[in-house]
Design a protein around this ligand. Structure first.
Ligand SMILES: CC(C)[C@H](C(=O)O)[C@@H](O)C(=O)O
Ligand code: SF4
Length: 463
């Protein structure tokens, strides 16, 4: 029987299979940020241990940082301590750190790929659920908890039960004005937020193959929101073209050898998955969420659905609608928008800024909308200027902030006020996610741009 992409990478990294227990898996790349690493480093210190492979460990502050005046000391004392602790730990344990202001600094899941640290065929972990993003390169990448961060720091290995495999095939082509964010939100709505629990997902099919690397990252990023352990896409020419010449990617003879190996990774024709699901790209339109989890989403032209039959599910559905202030049967189009957030490890890359700018070009931001445009990294920020997108955005009344997780989660200064409706390109719309009482509608960059211009939720294909 043939092997899947996942099997090939997992098997190549298996140190020991513990009978009746987990696998001891070797980790190629370990990313750390300021939120989930402090106790792990404390644990090492307490036990007098070193980091096993500092050369394979890369860190950057992203969650607690402000997105204005990053050259000044961080005002919030908790955030300042978090960031400072990462700085000290990186120095003490000799791991690479990209501090605030460094040209490599950015959201960890934006920083890794754009610097060529995320490579096909590798195992990648980070104390962060959206580590699934890196699977876009054909890597086994997954989020881990703080005690596991300590385990990887100390041993460069992790104990993991082998997940089941699921292939999600999307046939056909995405329509114009439809992005991979819409594809991801569509899939999550079909499968439910627990639909992929216990599985590692591989995305396949013509619609997936046609995606750029950045769109693939957006798709894999959201895998975790349907419970998947991770999401991945087989590496191909698109992957190699993206990686070639990036700072930490192999070069010269090593590049040729790496590509030759990477070409062997796609699943064999006779590989068998534990579960197979198929969708048609033609069924996907720009998406918006109406509730308080990423699975509560609809096509922008659809009404908020009827409540589910199950009594408990009905209760949480009604609670979500009450929180969001939406009614079943009504359309989200035309709902007043207070905030727009373009950014996060889901949609904070250059292509997202290009898409947003393409819509707002020659138009104006609506005066009642507060818009936060937050690049995912300093490299993205620089490219925005190099491509002249900053001019387009500024002429349309937008201001670009400095990189960070920002309004994706209320862990820094960028909080959406209670009661306000925010159209956000991030990945979570939980109650209070963007600030206590804030109401979040998840969408792609084009829907976000249309909302920012019109001040109400608008189908970007219409106007
Ligand atoms: C802070 C971190 C642990 C968390 C995660 O794991 O995803 C955050 O990045 C998020 O998006 O909620
Ligand atoms: S941008 Fe959002 S989802 Fe991504 S790592 Fe930061 S907080 Fe988590």
């Amino acid at each position: 029987m043939g092997k899947t992409l996942f099997d090939k990478i997992w098997d190549a990294h298996t140190v020991t299979d513990i009978t009746g227990g987990p696998t001891q898996l070797y980790i190629d790349r370990h990313y750390c940020h300021e939120v989930t690493s402090p106790q792990a480093f404390d644990g090492l210190r307490g036990r007098g241990l070193k980091v096993r492979r500092p050369d394979r460990t890369f860190s950057t502050p992203d969650h607690n940082i402000p997105t204005l005046n990053q050259d000044r000391p961080i005002a919030d004392p908790v955030s300042a301590r978090q960031v400072d602790t990462l700085l000290k730990n990186a120095g003490e344990f000799g791991i690479t750190l990209f501090p605030l202001g460094d040209e490599h600094n950015g959201i960890i899941h934006v920083m890794g790929p754009e610097n060529g640290l995320t490579l096909p065929g590798s195992t990648i972990v980070c104390g962060d659920s959206h580590t699934s993003t890196h699977g876009a390169f054909g890597a086994v990448a997954f989020g881990i908890g703080t005690s596991e961060v300590e385990m990887v720091l100390a041993t460069q290995c992790i104990l993991q039960p082998r997940p089941k495999t699921m292939r999600i095939t999307v046939d056909g082509r995405l329509g114009s004005g439809v992005t991979s964010k819409d594809m991801a939100l569509y899939i999550i709505a079909q499968l439910g937020t627990g639909g992929a629990t216990g599985y590692f997902v591989e995305y396949a099919g013509d619609a997936v193959r046609a995606l750029s690397m950045e769109q693939r990252m957006t798709l894999c990023n959201l895998s975790i929101e349907m419970g998947a352990r991770g999401g991945m896409i087989a590496p191909d020419q698109t992957t190699f073209d993206y990686l070639k010449g990036r700072e930490f990617a192999p070069s010269g003879k090593e590049w040729d050898e790496a590509v030759a190996y990477w070409r062997t990774l796609p699943s064999d024709d006779d590989a068998v998955y534990d579960r197979e699901v198929r969708f048609d790209a033609a069924d996907i339109e720009p998406r918006v969420t109406y509730g308080t989890n990423p699975g509560m989403g609809i096509g922008i032209s659809e009404p908020v659905p009827l409540p589910p039959d199950d009594a408990a599910a009905r209760l949480s559905f009604e609670k979500a609608l009450a929180y969001m202030g939406f009614r079943q049967g009504e359309s989200l189009e035309g709902q007043k928008v207070d905030y727009v957030f373009l950014g996060s490890c889901t949609n904070g890359r250059i292509e997202d800024f290009r898409a947003f700018a393409s819509y707002v070009k020659g138009r104006r931001k609506h005066p009642d909308v507060t818009a936060w445009l937050v690049p995912g990294s300093w490299k993205v920020r620089r490219q925005i200027s190099e491509e002249g997108l900053d001019k387009v955005l500024e002429e349309a009344g937008f201001e670009i902030r400095q990189p960070g997780c920002s309004a994706c989660l209320a862990m820094n200064d960028d909080k959406v006020p209670a009661g306000c409706l925010s159209v956000s390109t991030s990945n979570r719309n939980f109650e209070g996610r963007q600030g206590p009482g804030a109401r979040t509608v998840l969408a792609g960059p084009l829907v976000a741009a249309a909302a920012a211009v019109h001040g109400v939720i608008t189908d970007p294909r219409k106007s």
